[in-house]
Design a protein around this ligand. Structure first.
Ligand code: FES
Length: 256
C-alpha cells in the first residue's frame, strides 16, 4: 500500500440549466487501494468538514453491476482500465502527483442533473419500447426444457451483460446508443422466448433510440469504453433484424 497526492479537476454544475465549470481540489494522502469512488467519498467528507458542498455523483452497487456510476476520467468513460466500471477502478491506476480530470458523461440525451450526475432516462424509454417478452413464464421450469444451443446461449448472456451505464454513448463522437440498444435487443432476440416480438421489438427500440441519440458511424469507441466489453457485433445483429423488420408483416410492439 502507498499513498498518493493527486489534484482533481472536478466538473461542478448546480443544476441542469446552470453554467458549469471545473473546481480544482487537492486530494492528499489517498490510499492507492481505495476505489475511485472511495477516493471521492474521502474528498467529500473533507469538503463537508470544511462547510463546502459535496461533489454529487451517481453510484449504487459499487460492484460493476448496476451501471449507475458514470464518470469521464481524464477523457475516458470509466477511466483508464479496460473492461472496468468506475466503481471497480482503483487508485493504484494513477500515480503520485497526477492531475485527474473528472467530468459527467456528456451527451445531449444525458442532461446533467448536478455536478457529475446525469439523467439517463432516455435509456429507460428505449427499453420500455420493446425490451420485454410476453411469453407466459409461469413457475421456474427446468432449464433443459427449452433446448438452446450453447453458442446462442453464450451470445445472449454476453449481450445481457450490458449494465446500461451509458459509457458507449459518452465515448461515441456521435453520442450514438447503438451498442446499448443492440445489447438490449439481442439478448432477447437470440433466445426462443424472445421470438414472438422479435421484429416488432427491434423496430420499436431502434426508432425510439433515434428519437434521442445520434447515428452510428462505426467508430467502435463504444466497444472500447464498455465496462462489460460488449462487442459491436451485436450492432450488426441488430441492424440485420431491423432491416428484416421492414419487410416482415409483423405487429409493432406498442411504444406506450
Ligand atoms: S456503482 Fe453499480 S456499476 Fe458502478
Amino acid at each position: 500500500m502507498s499513498e498518493l497526492n493527486v489534484t482533481l479537476k472536478v466538473w461542478r454544475q448546480a443544476g441542469p440549466d446552470a453554467a458549469g465549470s471545473f473546481d480544482t481540489i487537492k486530494a492528499d494522502g489517498i490510499n492507492d487501494e481505495m476505489s475511485f469512488l472511495e477516493m471521492l467519498d474521502v474528498v467529500n467528507e473533507r469538503l463537508i468538514n470544511l462547510g463546502k458542498e459535496a461533489i454529487v455523483f451517481d453510484h449504487d452497487c459499487r460492484e460493476g453491476i448496476c451501471g449507475t456510476c458514470s464518470l469521464m476520467i481524464n477523457g475516458q468513460a470509466h477511466g483508464p482500465a479496460k473492461g472496468t466500471a468506475t466503481c471497480q477502478l482503483h487508485m493504484r491506476k494513477f500515480h503520485d502527483g497526477q492531475e485527474i480530470v473528472i467530468e459527467p458523461f456528456r451527451a445531449t440525451a444525458f442532461p446533467v442533473i448536478r455536478d457529475l450526475m446525469v439523467d439517463r432516462s432516455a435509456f429507460d424509454k428505449i427499453v420500455a419500447s420493446g425490451g420485454f417478452i410476453t411469453a407466459e413464464t409461469g413457475g421456474a421450469p427446468d432449464a433443459n426444457l427449452t433446448p438452446i444451443p450453447k453458442p446462442v446461449a453464450d451470445a445472449a448472456m454476453d449481450a445481457a451483460a450490458c449494465i446500461g451505464c451509458g459509457a458507449c454513448v459518452a465515448a461515441c463522437p456521435n453520442s450514438a446508443a447503438n451498442l446499448f440498444t443492440a445489447a438490449k435487443v439481442s439478448h432477447l432476440n437470440l433466445l426462443p422466448q424472445g421470438q414472438a416480438e422479435r421484429y416488432g421489438r427491434v423496430e420499436a427500440m431502434v426508432d425510439t433510440m433515434e428519437d434521442f441519440f445520434g447515428s452510428c458511424t462505426n467508430h467502435g469507441e463504444c466497444q472500447e469504453a464498455c465496462p462489460k466489453e460488449i462487442s459491436i457485433d451485436f450492432i450488426a445483429l441488430m441492424n440485420k433484424d431491423y432491416l428484416k423488420s421492414k419487410f416482415k408483416n409483423r405487429r409493432m410492439v406498442s411504444r406506450k
